[in-house]
Design a protein around this ligand. Sequence first.
Ligand SMILES: Nc1ncnc2c1ncn2[C@@H]1O[C@H](COP(=O)(O)OP(=O)(O)O)[C@@H](O)[C@H]1O
Ligand SMILES: [Mg+2]
Length: 480
Amino acid sequence: MEAHHLDDLSLAGFFDASPVPTFVINTQHVVTHFNKACENLLGVKAQDMIGERKLGQVFYDHDRPVLADLIVDESAADELERLYTNQAHRSQLIADAYETEAFFPHLGDDGCWLLFTATPLRNSDGSIAGAVETLQDITGRKRAEEALLKYQSTLEELIEKRTTELAQTNRALLEDVARREAAEAALLSRNTELNELNAKLSMAQEHLAQSEKLASIGQLAAGVAHEINNPIGYIFSNFGTLEKYLADLFQMLDAYEKAESSHGNAQTRLALETLRNDIELGFLKEDIPTLMRESKEGLVRVRTIVQNLKDFSHVDASLDWQFTNLLQGIDATLNMVNNEVRYKADIVKDYDVLPEVQCISSEINQVVMNLLINAADAIGPARGQITVRTGVETGKVWFEVADTGTGIPKEVLPRIFDPFFTSKPVGKGTGLGLSLSYGIVQKHHGSIDVQTEMGKGSTFRVTLPINQSATPAAYKESQA
Ligand SMILES: Nc1ncnc2c1ncn2[C@@H]1O[C@H](COP(=O)(O)OP(=O)(O)O)[C@@H](O)[C@H]1O
Ligand SMILES: [Mg+2]
């Protein structure tokens, strides 16, 4: 029967039929069994192995113990540790068995990964009789694992690369955003600048329109002044004659009055007396001189105003370089701005006699006016004083306008001659007065200096050469 046949089966037959490569060693480490599968896997003949101790040569090309040898020696733990550094471990299927993996480059076409399992063979008393070791070709799994590992590391590299790229893109984006923000900020500030510039321009335009208006008003006034000048002239001279005539008339009248009492005709005397009372001759005699005096004062004033207008606008001189009496121009200008100044400050004149100076007098008057108005503006609510001084140096004259105003702060001082610089409220200051004045003084080859003390006041001094021919080229150029 079948079972009987199986009982007859020899161990060698069973062993050779097993598809698992297997060999056995005894306690002397001599190979006792070596199956067909083992022959095929390792490429050696069982007959060359059985009875020998050269398993080390087969696996490693030199003599050394294999896993089964260590199991047989029972020295397992330490030696296993040494030879298979942590890669050997207990089998999960059989107690006492150990497993380990190793790669063998000389086996197969491309080398071969093997999983060894070595199990002790025991006698019935438990003592070790040998060891059986099975081999499994795990190359496929290993290769798959390696491929997987490689794939994973490639993936990781790829991810790393992508992450770096993303970080770079992100950084670029951030930089781009920062650049855009900076550009936007620059644009904004540019816009603010432009707005400010625009405001300044419209203020300058306003100022120009204003000075245009002033110029035409000045011209008109100068024309009117010129027209009035003649009639005022002969009214004034006639007035003198009239005064003299009146004095004569009063003298005559006195004589008549005296003669009246001795007049024979009582009727005529009565008529004269009635008439005298009717016209209040006594009052007339008192009032007429008063009227004459007041009228004369008025006339003198009109004549002065007309003269000032003429001096200030200099219709006669216009834009000519002429030798001019500066003091006349300064006085005329003082009279012009008197309205603006007299409520705020007393004006003190401290003049030195000046020689005639070669200049464009209307422009110099403009400078004087700017300085006077600035001085008046600097004086606070309390009444102050504005002193106008003049003086002579060799080849030069100077005039200065000193105020008892606020003074100029240190941080403001370097900017006062800048066009459009003003510390005054919008609508009041244009910031052009000093820059225009500076230009005019430069054109005259002069200089303008300022001394100031906070809380005490400021003094602006203009120095001009008496003679422009001292600097012929520039003078000719500015005349052209
Ligand atoms: N006498 C002064 N006292 C104090 N500050 C002055 C005086 N003169 C000029 N400044 C300063 O200089 C600035 C510029 O003057 P200016 O060019 O005439 O322009 P604006 O009078 O229209 O302000 C003034 O706003 C003021 O701050
Ligand atoms: Mg000014």
